[in-house]
Write a protein that binds this ligand. Sequence first.
Ligand code: 1GP
Length: 240
Amino acid sequence: GTIYQQIQVAKATNQQILAILLDPDKIVWEQIPDLIDKINQSPATHIFIGGSLVESRILDDLIIRIKQNCILPIVLFPGHPSQISNHADGILFLSLLSGRNPDYLIEHQVKAAPILKQSQLEIIPTAYLLIESGGETAVERISKTTPLDRNDFDLVMATALAGEMLGNKLIYLEAGSGAQKAVPLEMIQFVSQNTTIPLIVGGGIVDLQGIQNAYQSGADVVVIGTAFENDINFFNSPIK
Ligand code: 1GP
């Protein structure tokens, strides 16, 4: 089936989808064999690839290299239309609905659409919501948008609901890579109870307990970037 069907099945049967986010700019080429070994030994079900300032040639090379030794689906998580690679399996076609910058709401999508039309990538429209997380994150800086107040559950829920009504297939609650504070668990719960499409949660999750807490609160997909990047033995550590 498609990546999206897989996520839907997982949601319906309470299985946990775990994505490891790799930023091509932060990868040390010599360490890739080790990195792939650790990913293969981990509970990860998907690899997301993205970063703020990725060049497309590095992107292609990295995906080709990963696919030599890893069968997990590779999903692009782009910050810009230049970050598209036909070597991936799918792409989160993001619209940053938390912000009011037209570039990230529709302009980049208009630029990307003809390129995506020529590709074989599975396109997964995703309502992308940046939640305030205790300090400025790269998403906030680069998109020049204000994150949603982490205490304003009603506004976050209304934004997520609008995303669903617009026809998006996923909702992504994002604290931002390396966030000081992850998305509040009560917010995950509130949004998951009031929407029907699968929910992705990521940003600032630093331990295995944090991953479990997100699932228990209603996340269908959890994304881990920085914690694994900082320690490739992250998934071997026992739950504290
Ligand atoms: C960022 O949600 C992802 O877009 C993952 O964040 O790097 O903090 O795990 P971390």
